[in-house]
Design a protein around this ligand. Sequence first.
Ligand code: ZN
Length: 265
Amino acid sequence: MKITEEKGEIIFMILQGGQVKYLRFEDWNWPWLIHGFSTRWGGSSPKEYRQLNMAGREDNPSNIRKNRALFLREIGLINPRIFMGEQVHGTEIKLVSKGSSPIKKDTDGLLTRESKNVLMAFFADCVPLFLVVPELKTVGIIHAGWKGTAKKIAFSAVEILCRNFEIEPDKIQVGLGPSIGSCCYEVGDEVAGEFSEKEIISRPGNKKYFLDLTLANIIQLEDAGVPSANIGRSGFCTSCNPHLFYSHRRDRGKTGRMAGLIAII
Ligand SMILES: [Zn+2]
């Protein structure tokens, strides 16, 4: 196992908002698109969930409700129709339409072609993949932790878009939001064994393995035919930035969640 260079075009995300701050991809300026990734700034959750916790069973549900409402208002969505997946670390990706149930069972990826369907997913180290097909005005969001990444959910997402909508992969734009970086994501032999040499960084001498989850997803996207020029990454490690992000690994499980959101106006 060896140290590799990071692949993919870098598009940094920029911080926006008033009291509630969120990140968006700087170059994603289609007028019909709304997207963002929440930070922990500007909400009302206490203690380890401070401030803008967006999900989880431990924090008070009324805090989460208030925090979601603040984020949605900040991003410009009033009375939105929200859809979420159960997020089970699988590979199921579902197409959402107006009449769909708001919570999709056994689902880690959501796509929609209709306006005013707001797709949301929650993260605290796993990779958020934001998908846009500008020509078709189609959007999606994927939750990819190590399990979903090992099962190639990003590759599946490209296949599904191409098959269902009869497009080529070069029509798809993908943004990878903040997730745990290889700087902080030590994994055991079992997890390391699920990935290729390119995706694992070993620190010679101490026999430790560090997984680059973002790179693993970028490799899948490229293997599926998405040109690297269409792929952007945030440049943020969730574990290295406690003032901005919750991190499941850093906070040893007792932490909140950020939300990724994408919609067509
Ligand atoms: Zn880090």
